[in-house]
Design a protein around this ligand. Structure first.
Ligand code: FPP
Length: 256
């Protein structure tokens, strides 16, 4: 009988199978490459921007779910330094999403004690995008719950370049000796310097690559990939990723 039930779950997917999570091993920092918005829309005969709009709703859903689970930091890859190559109409739409999202959701984020942050190159972003984010960052800066960190106009390689430049300036100014440059110094100059490195990296939509996301910080992150398109990603999927994370043995290059 048990075998038949297990086979049924396997065939139907795991949507109803109970998921046991251990509350003392929740990843502190979950980072997500939210992929598949375009394909989700195409499958439904909708324009790509409809996929992004639906993806915005998933951001809210997953933020609340992560907060409820006890995740401390959730970094969402919302726009990469390479995404400017997309058609102008799509870029313009993506640049309006933070504003739209915050207009609808900021009150609830505040009610949930969420702190909004962003990392990325601010200078190239339209003023309406940056203004909406800065207002949310300011209004939530004293919140002590989950940190919702938007990676916007962000690229991992660019971040490392910026870190190297900043370190070089410190050396030039005589504040730092070359022999004192080590991993911790590079880390301190990253855009995410105030955050722990991700414990768990999730990528949706079946693509198996990192797409220039947090390249330094994910050196020892656990990676979890799913075929689910981002607009369909929900609390259940997040829990599945965390359950898998809890089955992994993290050795950081050492032995158990
Ligand atoms: C990749 O999917 C997704 C993006 C480049 C944008 C992600 C943005 C969101 C999910 C919404 C963000 C919301 C806020 C609040 C900022 P894709 O378009 O490349 O999908 P495809 O590979 O199927 O074409």
């Amino acid at each position: 009988m048990i075998k038949r039930i297990q086979a049924w779950f396997k065939q139907k997917g795991t949507d109803h199978a109970p998921l046991e999570l251990s509350s003392d091993n929740i990843p502190k920092h979950v980072a997500i490459i939210m992929d598949g918005n375009g394909r989700w829309a195409k499958k439904r005969g909708l324009p790509r921007i409809a996929g992004h709009h639906s993806g915005m709703k998933a951001v809210k859903r997953v933020t609340i779910a992560a907060n409820d689970l006890g995740v401390k930091v959730l970094t969402m890859y919302a726009f990469s330094t390479e995404n400017w190559k997309r058609p102008k109409e799509e870029v313009d739409f993506l640049m309006k999403l933070p504003q739209q999202f915050l207009a609808i959701e900021l009150d609830e984020l505040i009610a949930n004690n969420v702190q909004v942050r962003m990392m990325g190159l601010r200078d190239d972003l339209p003023s309406h995008t940056i203004q909406a984010l800065e207002e949310a960052i300011d209004k939530t800066k004293h919140n002590t719950g989950l940190i919702l960190n938007f990676a916007l106009n962000y690229g991992g390689q660019r971040e490392i370049v910026e870190s190297v430049r900043s370190i070089a300036q410190h050396v030039q100014a005589g504040k730092l000796k070359i022999e004192d440059i080590e991993e911790a110094v590079v880390q301190e100059h990253l855009m995410s310097s105030e955050l722990p490195n991700p414990d768990l990296l999730i990528r949706t939509s079946g693509e198996l690559r990192l797409s220039n996301f947090m390249l330094w910080q994910i050196a020892y992150s656990e990676l979890w990939f799913t075929d689910v398109y981002w607009p369909e990603f929900n609390e259940r999927h997040l829990k599945e990723a965390v359950a898998e994370y809890q089955r992994r043995s993290r050795r950081y290059g050492g032995l158990q």
